[in-house]
Design a protein around this ligand. Structure first.
Ligand code: A2R
Length: 319
């Protein structure tokens, strides 16, 4: 496969970079002094893209007119214009399943942190308050008796539900349709789900269809004991509406791993005491990130060896 040219626009983990370098002719665009000039020179030869970061749109695809496959790192692919890839006859792959357990662990950890204020309690200890002022105040909220509403009961959502069952939480969900063989109650609208639960877990994908789905109206339906957890995509939540809802007590708290404009987190959000914030670490262990990197490599190798990718995005199966 050494005769096959692969483009890597941004750095990737060693596990991916080293294997791709050994198997293909790898062009590391991020090492070029002038990436545009390099791309103009080699663009026609590129047959595959290993995408760890950055977006893919029509303008980019025009620079690599003979591309056959875009192998993307991560399960979400809202940064890739799939219609443009279909029009360019380019396969798109992602890395589902291998990260589901890790993200579900993060979601549960974040939920408990947000509800029991463990981040704030640790700061209390580190700042010497325990010794000088006494115990950390009792938390307003508890996990006991909580009703968990999952927005996006997919691969990750189901792993979250499995874990939440062990914590004794009552579970229901919303998605575009009721799922067969799932016993958790289904709510036909997100508003109905928010009204029925007090802990809303967002694990739906980003993109135009879900943009700002969690609006002021949804937060109001969630109510004053409500806690919002987001491990899906920042774009799904109207961040300005969320800040207002937290400030005026429309909801109780939030645990966020994803934001609208990463890595920028609004100052007003950071000032709020009842909020737990993580820097998008859902899948970020070496173990899981290596598994994702390996799948990026395996998709490319499979495509060029057999003409089939291992984990194409769903839209590719419909073509
Ligand atoms: O709507 P359904 O029944 O196809 O359920 C999917 C749901 N979903 C949506 N729900 C409401 N409105 C939408 N426009 C919409 N689009 C999708 O989200 C499905 O149950 C769930 C997504 O599950 P999976 O496709 O299995 O994705 P996975 O691996 O759980 O990852 C979810 C997201 C990623 O897209 C990243 O943004 C993040 O978690 O890492």
């Amino acid at each position: 496969m050494k005769s096959i040219d692969i483009l890597m626009p941004y750095p990737m983990l060693p596990i991916a970079q080293e294997q791709l370098e050994a198997a293909f002719t790898l062009h590391k665009l991020f090492e070029a002094d002038d990436p545009d000039t390099v791309l103009a020179e080699i663009g026609d030869r590129i047959r595959g893209v290993a995408l760890g970061f950055g977006s893919v749109d029509t303008a980019f695809l025009r620079k690599i007119p003979n591309v056959e496959i875009v192998s993307s790192f991560g399960v979400g692919y809202d940064h890739i214009d799939v219609d443009a890839c279909l029009a360019a006859n380019a396969e798109v792959t992602h890395t589902p399943d291998v990260l589901s357990d890790e993200v579900a662990d993060t979601a549960i950890g974040l939920m408990i942190m947000a509800i029991r204020e463990f981040g704030q309690a640790e700061t209390w200890l580190r700042e010497g308050n325990w010794k000088h002022k006494g115990p950390y105040p009792l938390t307003k909220a508890t996990l006991r008796g909580r009703k968990l509403g999952i927005f996006g009961l997919g691969r990750i959502g189901k792993e979250i539900a499995k874990r939440a069952e062990a914590f004794g939480l009552e579970i229901s969900y919303h998605g575009r349709s009721r799922q067969e063989g799932i016993s958790y109650p289904y709510h036909a609208s997100l508003k109905e789900l928010a009204a029925a639960c007090d802990t809303l877990m967002v694990v739906a994908p980003g993109g135009a269809d879900t943009e700002h789905a969690v609006s002021a109206e949804i937060l109001s339906a969630l109510g004053p004991d409500g806690v919002l957890i987001n491990v899906g995509r920042g774009s799904v939540v109207d961040e300005a509406a969320l800040i207002t809802a937290l400030e005026d007590g429309t909801i109780l708290g939030a645990g966020l791993d994803v934001f609208e404009n990463e890595p920028h987190v609004p100052e007003r959000l950071m000032q709020l005491p009842g909020v737990t914030l993580l820097p998008h670490v859902g899948s970020a262990s070496r173990f899981t990130r290596d598994a994702m990197g390996q799948l990026v490599v395996d998709n490319l190798k499979s495509w060029f060896n057999t003409g089939k990718a291992i984990t194409p995005v769903p839209e590719m199966r419909q073509k």
